[in-house]
Design a protein around this ligand. Structure first.
Ligand SMILES: *[C@@H]1O[C@H](CO)[C@@H](O)[C@H](O)[C@H]1NC(C)=O
Length: 114
């Protein structure tokens, strides 16, 4: 029982840390900030395989690859009203590909209103 509780808290700690460290969207060096659905590290085997098949080479394989990415609506930054639809995450991606499926890579989750 002790182990289960400790594991659960470890997961929560990681989850909240991830939220806390999301950098401000206003500092994204490679606009536009985008909203993507499925995000997974580009070095996840199945993701790496798909990217390779499409000829996409991430510069930072440890960062995220996103699916169905579209430019965020609204104004990003402090006081802005930018937000992503449910099930989409705001990200800043180093490479925005022109794939029809909206696959972007070198992505990090950002805080759209910061
Ligand atoms: C932005 O707004 C347009 C028009 O309402 C919508 O079609 C599109 O999905 C929105 N994009 C995002 C990322 O929310």
């Amino acid at each position: 029982m002790y182990c289960i509780v400790v594991s659960a808290f470890a997961v929560l700690a990681v989850a909240s840390l991830t939220t806390a460290v999301a950098p401000p969207a206003s500092e994204c060096q490679t606009p536009p900030v985008e909203c993507c659905t499925t995000l997974a590290p580009a070095d996840t085997p199945v993701v790496a395989m798909v990217l390779k098949g499409l000829g996409i080479t991430p510069v930072h394989p440890d960062e995220l690859a996103g699916l169905t990415c579209n430019p965020i609506n609204g104004t990003i930054g402090p006081g802005g009203d930018a937000s992503c639809p449910t099930n989409f995450q705001p990200v800043c991606c180093g490479q925005i590909t022109s794939q029809p499926s909206g696959i972007d890579v070198d992505c990090v989750v950002v805080d759209p209103q910061a």
